[in-house]
Write a protein that binds this ligand. Structure first.
Ligand code: DON
Length: 548
């Protein structure tokens, strides 16, 4: 026994434990900023605003002013809200704007000025703050001004991440000057000062979202857009609104799951997959077993087929939310799974649910001392977005337009094949996979979770949640366990490092085409259990859990 305990201690990482409050974010400075707000009596929304702005400085690959995202909040009294501050297509956007004369996809949906949707982050954070914040806005923006002005010490992770995007950012003068240090690469322990960003943030601290959407920032952004052939105008900025939506909810083994509605495809995916699993007995084979991986992978494959056809901006397209979660429909999906054989994706098409209704990213999870919780995922899409840092403003722009089906039926940068419903149209929101989620048990807060990772967010979040609920893992073990991903097309089961060769052989025997992958999402989450908060940051990133 002693030997076994010892062996476990060698590989297991304990979650960070605290009694009152916790912030888990993908970058340590930002987590500390959030913790400070909580210690000073700020609530979870206050901390989310401060962390959101801090990440715009300290995690430039994903934290942002030039992107958008989703904020899910659950208050201690059980009320919830979901704020959709995702980018929208500019008024001048056209369905075929990313096709060349022969109808082929160009790289314009991913690189350069034309790839950007209208940024929503500043409006979204302000909406959350104006409704629920308790500390003055300027006080929450101030730490990020300081980080930008005084600079941060470059970590190994930041240095490596910037190096990885050097060829993208090298194409744009301002990105090259700031993030590529004029060509002299930023090494670990160098300093990254962002003066223009500090000035932009200082103006936002003073003038709020109005400054960003109608003030000097808006004027400069629109001017630079025009100069470089981008589409976003002053009117696009002025008209931008964050949208409050009702979260979607479902149950899994006695837990209530509160999660992201369309235009996210994440919440529906999480709930449909949980529905397919519940009662199947898949978990009896054990965590990481070939039989359990197989069953879940088949559920993933089927959901992503549905996603390709039935999910899009609900303002433009009827998303069959109820139909996709209907117990009869879900049970049909479950029954179509052969526990011994992979169904080739070519044999799977999106289902026909009834009952139509109208209807590089980062995540942080926060719980405050009152028990309010925020799950916030926001993004500029690819790492360092479209590569463009706006001159005079100092922030990177998103390439979120690539989340649309720029050419329906053809894969986007995440390999997602998507249909007509998600084609480009003015003012439309591109479909997302972001899945900020809050789980309760017996009416009490139980888990706050979410992740970046493109199309793999949905499967990553689902697996971590299942590791806790089905396999009894603590928050850190649930995150550290190796993960896998299937998204229908391409027809391959992608495995992280850490599965045994025997397991892989058994999966191949069932007919899976195996592929290896570095990471299935980067999950940042909090579990509330037995009077303790367990904060866990994902070793696939370089974040921090900080509590008191
Ligand atoms: O909204 C989405 O689904 C994507 N724009 C998310 C991108 C992402 O997670 C990239 N980061 N790893």
């Amino acid at each position: 026994m002693a030997a076994l305990a010892c062996a476990v201690a060698v590989w297991a990482r304990e979650p960070v434990r605290s009694k009152k409050a916790m912030v888990v974010a993908q970058e340590p400075h930002a987590a500390e900023v959030g913790l400070e707000v909580l210690r000073n009596g700020g609530n979870a929304i206050d901390a989310a605003v401060a962390v959101g702005f801090a990440l715009a400085v300290t995690l430039p690959s994903a934290g942002n002013l030039g992107g958008g995202g989703f904020l899910l909040v659950r208050f201690a009294d059980g009320r919830t809200n979901f704020i959709d501050f995702r980018e929208r297509a500019p008024i001048a956007a056209k369905r075929d704007m990313y096709l060349d004369a022969s109808g082929n996809l160009t790289k314009d949906s991913t690189v350069g000025w034309r790839a950007a949707g209208i940024p929503g982050t500043v409006r979204g954070l302000e909406l959350a703050h104006s409704k629920y914040g308790s500390k003055p806005w300027a006080e929450l923006v101030e730490p990020s001004v300081k980080l930008a002005r005084e600079g941060i010490t470059v970590s190994y992770a930041l240095s490596r991440s910037i190096r990885g995007s050097a060829s993208l950012m090298g194409q744009f003068a301002e990105s090259k000057r700031i993030f590529l240090n004029g060509g002299k690469h930023l090494e670990m322990d160098d300093r990254l000062v962002q003066s223009e960003l500090a000035s932009t943030l200082a103006r936002i601290a003073k003038g709020g979202a109005k400054e960003f959407y109608e003030g000097e920032t808006a004027r400069i952004l629109a001017e630079e857009m025009k100069k470089h052939g981008g589409l976003i105008t002053r009117r696009d900025l002025k008209d931008y609104r964050a949208i409050e939506r009702t979260p979607i909810t479902g149950r899994y083994k006695g837990h209530e799951i509160i999660t992201a509605p369309p235009p996210s495809s994440g919440g529906l995916g999480l709930l449909q997959m949980c529905g397919v699993l519940e009662g199947s007995g898949y978990e009896k084979a054990g965590a990481g077993s070939a039989a359990a991986i197989h069953f879940l992978a088949e559920a993933m494959r089927r959901y992503y087929a549905d996603r390709s056809e039935h999910l899009a901006d609900p303002g433009f397209f009827k998303v069959p939310v109820r139909g996709l979660l209907d117990p009869r429909y879900v049970s049909g999906v479950r029954q179509s799974i052969d526990p011994d054989r992979a169904t080739p994706s070519s044999e799977i098409k999106a289902g026909k649910p009834g009952d139509y209704e109208s209807a590089d990213t980062t995540h942080f999870s926060i719980v405050d001392a009152q028990g309010n919780a925020v799950a916030l995922t926001y993004t500029i899409n690819g790492g360092y977005g479209n590569g463009v840092t706006v001159p005079r403003l100092g922030f990177l722009l998103n390439n979120e337009m690539d989340d649309f089906a720029a050419k329906p039926g053809f894969p986007n940068m995440f390999g997602l094949v998507q249909g007509e419903g998600n084609a480009i149209a003015p003012r439309k929101t591109p479909l997302s996979s972001m899945t900020p989620t809050i789980v309760t048990k017996d009416g009490k807060l139980y888990m706050v979770i979410g992740a970046p990772g493109g199309s793999r967010i949905i499967t990553g979040v689902t697996q971590v949640l299942l590791n806790v609920i089905d396999h009894g893992m603590n928050m850190q073990d649930a995150i550290d366990a190796p993960r896998f991903h299937h998204q229908w097309q391409p027809d391959k089961l992608s495995l992280e490092r850490g599965f045994s060769p025997d397991t892989v052989a058994l999966l191949e025997k069932r007919g899976h085409q195996i592929d290896s992958i570095r990471a299935v999402a980067v999950v940042e989450s909090i579990l509330i259990d037995g009077g303790w908060l367990q904060g866990a940051t994902d070793g696939r990133g370089a974040g921090k859990a900080a509590g008191y």
